[in-house]
Design a protein around this ligand. Structure first.
Ligand code: TYR
Length: 414
């Protein structure tokens, strides 16, 4: 089994410029390949995992992946897949994001070389640009690409129109300097990838052996886009999406999607995934496939320790034994739940429920307490006259309130 068989079994191939050519190439030697990422924000999200994990898969087969971070292209803005012109970022923002994304990629992925396209782009003068590269691009061909034609009605600036030239220049530069022969991209990158192939064939000769491969856009079994939650994107930055939330995202995937996700987002073998697929059929209630998926991806992105914490929080929230959490774990576990700040002073239980919006009226609060529906830091309290002293609770920082079986609220102590 070569890398191409591996990718097609995992459903990671959308389009290819020359399937037979690429197969022969990877069978004949270890190749260099690349995928780029623009610094449009200061964190990757799970959408970035697919192309970069794909590079890592190539690496495991002995090939040499490069990641291009788009210090130049990110200052221009890729029109691919966008309905309207992108707001331009300041160079300060671009540089800040370049730094954040490179640090993050270095932490998560391994076995690649990282380069910044700013390095070979910023010193090209306008006349050289037009004479050396502009001349090799045919405007008709550019206009006919879906990335441009789909934007003509809404309008597109000359700046975004030239984006494909810059990305092509990256491919050419990497081909010349590191013999990079393959560019991998997301489902919306076909236009930019083929523009690069054309440029290399014109600049270096039609027999240059270069290839393009895109990864499919990921959809859930219900047809909606994968990776979005009610709270927005699922980020790889633990400050934006905590490892616990991250773990839960994967754990909560549907039976219909989980095998597909195991193939695409883990390095588990075919045998391991086949066994998990069987478990979805024979014992779906155990959610072994979802649990394994959550474990594997959380470990890959956040590491072993963070996975342990995420699993501990999951267990504690299931058992309700909140007092077993550390203060830091409380912060992580209840990152997304409704919270209110309260004064650092003893407070009557009924007043606490009002202050934290658990109940709307004192009457309702008293009823909830007397019915045994209220737990404070895991302990059921049924006496409406109780005083709660924040100082006894999680280093004086938080009080965790639960109403009913599942609804949590957090009081943050000032
Ligand atoms: N255009 C790519 C990022 C990229 C940038 C430079 C490249 O050379 C390649 C890819 C995207 O938006 O996803």
């Amino acid at each position: 089994m070569n890398i191409i068989d591996e990718l097609s079994w995992r459903g990671l191939i959308n389009q290819q410029s020359d399937e037979k050519g690429l197969r022969d190439l990877v069978d004949s030697k270890d190749i260099s390949l690349y995928c780029g990422m623009d610094p449009t924000g200061d964190s990757m999200h799970i959408g970035h995992l697919l192309p970069f994990m794909t590079l890592e898969r190539f690496g495991k087969f002995g090939h040499h992946p490069y990641i291009v971070i788009g210090g130049a292209t990110g200052s221009i803005g890729d029109p691919s897949g966008k309905k309207a012109e992108r707001p331009m970022q300041t160079m300060d923002q671009v540089n800040h994001n370049v730094k954040a994304l490179s640090d993050q990629a270095n932490k998560i992925f391994s076995g690649f070389t990282m380069v910044n396209n700013y390095d070979w782009t910023h010193q090209i003068g306008i006349l050289d640009f037009l004479r050396d590269y502009g001349k090799l691009f045919n405007v008709n061909t550019m206009l006919n690409k879906e990335i441009i034609s789909s934007r003509l009605e809404a309008g597109i600036s000359f700046t975004e129109f030239t984006y494909q030239i810059l990305q092509s220049l990256d491919f050419l530069t990497l081909y010349r300097e590191h013999n990079v022969q393959l560019q991998v991209g997301g489902g919306d990158q076909w236009g930019n990838l083929t523009a690069g192939l054309d440029l290399i064939h014109k600049a270096e000769g039609a027999d240059a052996k270069v290839y393009a491969l895109t990864i499919p856009l990921l959809l859930k079994s219900d047809g909606t886009k994968f990776g979005k939650t009610a709270g927005g994107a699922v980020w790889l930055d633990p400050e934006k999406t905590s490892p616990y939330e991250f773990y839960q995202f994967w754990f909560n995937q549907d039976d219909k999607d989980v095998v597909n996700l195991l193939k695409k987002f883990t390095f588990l073998s075919r045998e391991e995934i086949d066994a998990l697929e069987e478990s979805v059929k024979t014992a779906p209630e155990k959610r072994l496939a979802q649990k394994t998926l959550a474990q594997e991806v959380t470990k890959f992105v956040h590491g072993e320790e963070a996975l342990k914490t995420a699993e501990k929080i999951t267990d504690v929230l299931f058992s309700g034994e909140i007092q077993e959490l550390t203060t830091a774990e409380v912060a992580e576990a209840f990152h997304g739940v409704p919270s209110e700040e309260i004064e650092n002073a003893p407070i009557n239980l009924v007043d606490l429920l009002i202050a934290t919006n658990v109940d709307k009226s004192k009457r309702q609060a008293r009823e909830d307490i007397q019915n045994g529906a209220i737990r404070i830091n895991g302990e059921k309290l049924t006496d409406t006259t109780l005083e709660i002293d924040p100082k006894d609770s999680f280093d004086g920082k938080y009080i965790v309130i639960r109403r009913g079986k599942k609804k949590y609220f957090l009081a943050k102590i000032k």
